[in-house]
Design a protein around this ligand. Structure first.
Ligand code: SIN
Length: 493
């Protein structure tokens, strides 16, 4: 099955700055490789600080006109963008799968997920209402107006190359902001294709700019935006250390920030849970994108009475997962994004085993006729996991399920919260009193109760503690791109 897009011009191989698709200022290129083989199959410009500043110039110049476009017209442009994205679902799905490695069914699914944010924010654009405030004295009118913050720098990750860009750019454009964007160095192609479709939908020149850059050059591109007072907001999805760096570095110009950072999600199965439903929920939450999501369960806690039955069912389901390249329709788990990712997974499993964990499924790299490349890892279940293990303290970001046995509700809540992170948490129980007790006690921005698939454009996505701040999606997703202006008119009595 081919992963080549039919529309070849969806791979422009250039970055968009203002109205012009162009090379990097020094013409250097960045190779894009296929995680299934590590073979290079495309290249994009390796952007520089000069390109980043040119993108800011374009976004800054375009801002006054774009913010003045009536919200309804901005919404219409976004709706056209949504329609074009869905019309190219197959091509975009292929691009995602080729450069990111997820199976094609997931690639196509991600396109629909990305489009759902564009459609949602097209609708929200027309509802950015302000408030009329009852004045405390006569002769005054007092209003709170919502205004776009200005130029937004969007820095996006590789694990959802379409959805993460859509859920940052769509609300920014809906709010009347202009955008400079840098996609992850591993997955620049999908974002270039999305930007091309946005241009076709009628997003005016300068309103949306994209600079592609290698890992080596990313700091100079991002620093050019951090240091520039014209950039009024940074929106970032990625690791907590990088998020902290962005927060520190943007302090001098006091930019608004949305930071969607690392997670360490607990998944708790109480002994009153529907065990089959819990196994299915864990499969959905854990193995989406091969475990390469910030919200996927990283630590699984199972109450003593149901522990063994749960582990048996889970190991059978995990052992049956079909691993292979995205180009094979039968693959359920693709390759990991790159060698660094597989090395980390391997390190976590080795560390867990050395501290007393036992492998009941997987536990090794895969390389055979189907998995013919260096980046495959077998879906893995570990038992006897504990809080000292690296896999319990850091995000593994791979298809590994470490299971810990627990006795009491109080004990498991303490263990679940014993992490600096707080993005997602899941639990399974049929006891209605326990359900609300536990939902209240979990320190996390997102809680799944008897549900493993939580993502939705209408829901606020984001974390607490060191998982960051700001919310994406939902009505709150637009607020993050706006500020409030208080307007008071006196002398009316
Ligand atoms: C992420 O992993 O950062 C996003 C996952 C999602 O949107 O569900």
């Amino acid at each position: 099955m081919t992963l080549e897009p039919e529309r070849k011009d969806l791979m422009p191989g250039l970055q968009l700055i203002g109205a012009e698709w162009r090379e990097a200022s020094d013409a250097r290129r960045l190779d894009v490789s296929d995680p299934a083989s590590d073979g290079v199959f495309a290249s994009v410009p390796d952007g520089t600080a000069v390109d980043a500043r040119a993108a800011t110039d374009a976004a800054h110049a375009a801002f006054p006109a774009w913010r003045a476009v009536p919200a309804k017209q901005r919404a219409q442009i976004l709706k056209r963008w949504n329609d074009l994205v869905m019309a190219h679902q197959e091509d975009l799905g292929r691009l995602i799968s080729r450069e990111q490695g997820k199976p094609l069914a997931e690639g196509r699914g991600e396109v629909a997920y990305a489009a759902s944010y564009i459609e949602w924010f097209a609708e929200e654009a027309t509802r950015a209402n302000g408030e009329i405030i009852p004045a405390p004295v006569t002769g005054r009118r007092m209003l709170a107006l919502r205004e776009p913050v200005g130029v937004v720098a969007a820095i996006t990750p590789w694990n959802f190359p379409a959805a993460m860009i859509a859920r940052k750019i769509a609300p920014a454009l809906a709010a009347g902001c202009t955008v400079v964007c840098k996609p992850a160095e591993d997955t620049p192609l999908t974002s270039l294709a999305l930007v091309k479709l946005a241009q076709e939908a009628g997003v005016p020149p300068g309103v949306l700019n994209i600079v592609t850059a290698s890992r080596e050059r990313t700091p100079e591109v991002v620093d050019a935006w951090l240091d520039d007072p014209r950039v009024r907001k940074i929106t970032f999805t990625g690791s907590t250390p990088v998020g902290k760096h962005l927060a520190r570095r943007s302090a001098d110009t006091l930019k608004k920030l949305s930071l969607e950072l690392g997670g360490n999600a607990p998944f708790i199965v109480f002994d009153d849970a529907d065990i089959d439903a819990a196994v299915e929920g864990l499969m959905a939450a854990k193995f989406r994108n091969g475990g390469q999501t910030c919200v996927c369960p990283n630590r699984v806690f199972v109450q003593s009475r149901v522990h063994d039955a749960f582990v048996d069912k889970l190991a059978a389901r995990v052992g049956a997962l079909r691993v292979g390249p995205a180009s094979d329709e039968g693959s359920q788990i693709g390759p990991m994004i790159n060698a660094r990712a597989v090395d980390k997974i391997e390190r976590h499993v080795r560390d867990a085993v050395s501290r007393g964990a036992r492998v009941v499924a997987g536990g090794k790299r895969l390389r055979d006729a189907r998995c013919d490349g260096p980046n495959y890892y077998a879906p893995t279940v570990l038992v006897n996991a504990d809080s000292t293990m690296e896999c319990s303290c850091e995000e593994t970001f791979g298809p590994v399920v470490p299971v810990t046995r627990f006795e009491s509700e109080a004990e498991v809540i303490a263990a679940a919260n014993e992490t600096p992170f707080g993005l997602a948490a899941y639990f399974y129980s049929t006891d209605v009193k326990r359900i609300w007790r536990v939902a209240d006690a979990l320190e996390s921005g997102i809680v799944g109760i008897n549900e493993g698939a939580l993502a939705a454009e209408a829901a606020p996505f984001g974390g607490v503690k060191e998982s960051g701040y700001g919310r994406e999606g939902s009505v709150h997703g637009l607020e993050d791109y706006m500020h409030i202006k208080y307007v008071c008119q006196g002398g009316l009595a």
